[in-house]
Design a protein around this ligand. Structure first.
Ligand code: NVA
Length: 308
């Protein structure tokens, strides 16, 4: 008999705009409480298993600290210990964990693996980044945008590689209903499948999704300019080629002259001097450490929503 499946957080597309805005509102409340030194003990006695196939600073620390702050506990699992797919099947791992803990957070190369864990587990699974999507980052970005303006009124340009972060931002824009302009080379677009899905969602929300190969056209007059590494985890062998392809997409002071009032976003880690210059990353328009902080608050809201 298959156990009843819990609600998971694998892709934003499985959540409605109202639900995402409820999560945002709870994240805002949790941030206020955190700054007052208060932590509601909503997950007392609950345990999260965290599985990382790729390196992590922000995701690891914010999920583990988030669980502690909510009165719960997190366990770090490394692939060399667990061996999903080598030592044990995804199904057996998911079924075992479902008997011991209350949630799984997984960062994997394959998006299908996170989906499979969610299929097989009877506890919630949270996507902590896959090659395809990074939904927790997008929720922290939503909170960061909301601290400057009504997200529905925002225009955001994403410049650089059409990667997991870009894919999740397109879904976020499509659901919430803000304008997103993608400035990516034709050779490195966002996922065609995600774009089709987002265009369908945008018909309901009124979001506008535009693409240009010209970074200047993409960023002209926007409220937010977002960039991410040109070489995502797992693509290190392509780094030299990627540096050439993406060179015109560097976020620097010359490019930002075309959007003088824009805030700058980056999910980090940054490759300083590649996709973004020190001057911009450390400058007054940069919101990158607000984004990093908001990972904590938005993920606590997600953990509460799924594991309470
Ligand atoms: N696109 C980057 C995001 C890192 C948080 C990567 O996948 O490596």
């Amino acid at each position: 008999m298959t156990a009843k499946r819990a609600r998971s957080f694998i892709t934003l597309a499985a959540w409605s705009a109202d639900e995402l805005l409820e999560l945002l509102s709870r994240a805002q409340e949790l941030k206020r409480l955190h700054h007052k030194g208060e932590g509601p003990q909503t997950l007392r006695g609950r345990t999260l298993a965290m599985y990382f196939e790729k390196p992590s600073l922000r995701t690891h620390v914010t999920f583990e600290a988030g669980m502690t702050q909510l009165g719960g506990h997190a366990i770090l699992l490394r692939p060399e210990q667990v061996g999903i797919g080598t030592r044990e099947s995804p199904r057996d791992v998911a079924r075992g964990l479902s008997r011991w803990v209350h949630g799984i957070m997984a960062r994997t190369f394959s998006h299908a693996l996170v989906e499979q864990l969610a299929e097989e587990a009877s506890i919630p699974v949270i996507n902590g980044l896959t090659d395809l999507l990074h939904p927790c980052q997008a929720m922290a970005d939503l909170q960061t945008i909301s601290e400057k303006m009504d997200p529905k009124e925002a225009t955001l340009a994403y410049v650089g590689d059409g990667n997991n972060v870009a894919n999740s931002l397109v879904l976020l824009a499509a659901l919430i209903g803000f304008r997103i302009r993608l400035g990516t080379p034709a050779s490195h677009p966002v996922s065609a499948r995600i774009l089709r899905l987002a265009e369908g969602l945008a018909r309901t929300s009124g979001a506008e999704i535009a693409w240009s190969e010209d970074p200047v056209e993409a960023i002209r007059g926007v409220d937010f300019v977002y960039t991410d590494t040109w070489t995502s985890m797992g693509q290190e062998e392509e780094a030299a080629t990627r540096r050439k392809v993406f060179a015109p997409y560097q976020v620097n002071s010359a490019l930002l002259e075309h959007c003088p009032d824009a805030w700058v976003l980056h999910c980090m880690p940054a490759h300083r001097g590649e996709e973004i210059t020190d001057e911009i990353l450390d400058g007054p328009r940069s919101l990158v450490f607000d984004q990093a902080e908001n990972r904590l608050h938005t993920q606590k809201a997600i953990l509460e929503r799924l594991m309470r």
